[in-house]
Design a protein around this ligand. Structure first.
Ligand SMILES: *[C@@H]1O[C@H](CO)[C@@H](O)[C@H](O)[C@H]1NC(C)=O
Ligand SMILES: *[C@@H]1O[C@H](CO)[C@@H](O)[C@H](O)[C@H]1NC(C)=O
Ligand SMILES: [Zn+2]
Length: 418
């Protein structure tokens, strides 16, 4: 029989992430069939607000099961949002129920997490991330869609991760998480700080045939994450996506985007990053993701950030906002850093996030300058002090001896009480 999405256990049978992209070519038909939801397990809580949703979900599933039986593969030509609705029933207001429907969401290796930079282990073995095939020609059209949870850009299989990981990974898609005009919306946080938004570029291990197969294996996925902040000036790469958002305001809508350099959506510095073992941050929350969180952030204009936060709508015709999952418990997991996270300049005046984010070379440079500056200051102070002592002593030698002994006595007493 055709392998189902997450066929390894029953709890995984209903559970493809909403942004799962069926692999192109021959696998596509198989995967589309595999994405059909099954009859619910009846473990659903039925408080008032959920009642209608559950009813409509059951109705949907029964209708779908019957029509699948009657019409067979003809079903695959149904509008895309019908298929999407089948497994988009979870929501960010509904976080507590995720682990009821998807057992992995209650696991001990969940994402996102807070990265405590002081607790991160410096690991010199973490090599710079290498991206290949990320620069796409304009005649290569990419599908961009609103799936009700985020905006997804499908990526061709030619994009690959060729460095930084022990194995090779192929890209499938990228998507974003954001907040609202009232607050930031990154998923990961750094030392408790949430950033305005976050990009995730999803890859799967080339030793598996497809994303859906890879995502159930512990070494299946690699996701690159970077934070988006507000700075001066438009970001031309993000513009390539943001300018199309108005075309896909409604759930299920999609449009085509001409190819561009996808690497431009990620930081220029791919050497500085955090690494840990975690999960998908949306149901089914499979704990199969090797995460890379870049230390350098991306800058978007204020306008661009507003566009991201206020363009798309959800199923219930609200603005799609604050689509992030809260940080999850580490449960003893280690977070590695490809760089020394506690440089000497950390608490020096004038050093801020943007300065340290520029990386090793610049912070060492700043460190050198500061060291010289403080060295010179110290030397000048010491010299002034010595001159002062010398002057004082030569003054004292000119005075009579009783005064001199009195001066010495005063100095000693001050020292004792200090
Ligand atoms: C992640 O899991 C793999 C396989 O269990 C393990 O070898 C590796 O050390 C883990 N990485 C971290 C950062 O804990
Ligand atoms: C980058 O690393 C520095 C040094 O550990 C840290 O202070 C800063 O918060 C980090 N920023 C991000 C976005 O990771
Ligand atoms: Zn994500």
């Amino acid at each position: 029989t055709a392998p189902r999405c997450g066929s390894r256990s029953f709890s995984r049978s209903c559970s493809c992430p909403p942004w799962a992209v069926p692999a192109p070519t021959a696998r596509a038909t198989r995967n589309t069939a595999a994405r059909s939801p099954r009859i619910p397990r009846g473990k659903e809580p039925l408080p008032g607000t959920l009642f209608l949703r559950v009813i409509s979900r059951c109705a949907y599933r029964i209708t779908r099961a019957v029509s699948l039986y009657v019409f067979g593969s003809a079903l695959q030509s149904l509008p895309r949002q019908w298929v999407l609705r089948g497994h988009s029933h979870w929501s960010y207001e509904d976080l507590k129920h995720w682990s009821t429907d998807y057992s992995d969401c209650g696991g001990t290796k969940q994402s996102p997490i807070n990265v405590d930079t002081a607790q991160a282990t410096f690991s010199p073995d973490l090599r710079p991330i290498q991206l290949s095939g990320y620069s796409l020609p304009a005649n290569k059209q990419l599908k961009l869609k609103n799936n009700g949870h985020t905006v997804v850009l499908e990526l061709p299989e030619s994009l690959a991760l060729t460095g930084g990981y022990a194995q090779q990974y192929r890209a499938v898609q990228l998507h974003l998480h954001w907040g609202s005009p009232l607050g930031p919306g990154s998923e990961h946080t750094i030392n408790g700080r949430r950033f305005p938004a976050e990009i995730h570029v999803v890859h799967y291990n080339t030793k598996y045939d497809s994303f859906t197969e890879a995502m159930v294996h512990p070494d299946g996925l690699a996701v690159l994450g970077a934070f988006l902040e507000v700075g001066h000036g438009e970001n031309q790469y993000y513009h390539e996506i943001l300018k199309h958002l108005f075309e896909i305001q409604e759930v299920g809508q999609e449009t085509l985007v001409p190819g561009f350099n996808i690497a431009g959506l990620l930081p220029a510095n791919l050497k500085l990053y955090f690494h840990y073992n975690g999960s998908l941050t949306t149901p089914p929350c499979y704990q199969t993701v090797k995460w890379t969180i870049f230390n350098q952030t991306m800058l978007l204009s204020h306008n661009q950030m507003s566009m991201l936060v206020s363009s798309l709508r959800t199923d219930d015709d609200k603005l799609l906002q604050s689509n992030y999952r809260p940080v999850q418990n580490l449960h003893g997991r280690r977070v590695l850093a490809s760089f020394q996270t506690t440089p000497l300049v950390k608490h020096a005046p004038g050093s801020d996030d943007s300065a340290t984010a520029e990386g090793h070379s610049s912070s060492f440079h700043a460190g050198d300058v500061l060291a010289v500056l403080f060295g010179v200051l110290f030397a000048v102070t010491a010299l002034a002090f010595l001159l002062y002592i010398y002057k004082h002593r030569s003054q004292n030698t000119r005075l009579d001896s009783p005064t001199k002994s009195k001066v010495i006595y005063t100095a000693a007493s001050t020292e004792n009480t200090a």
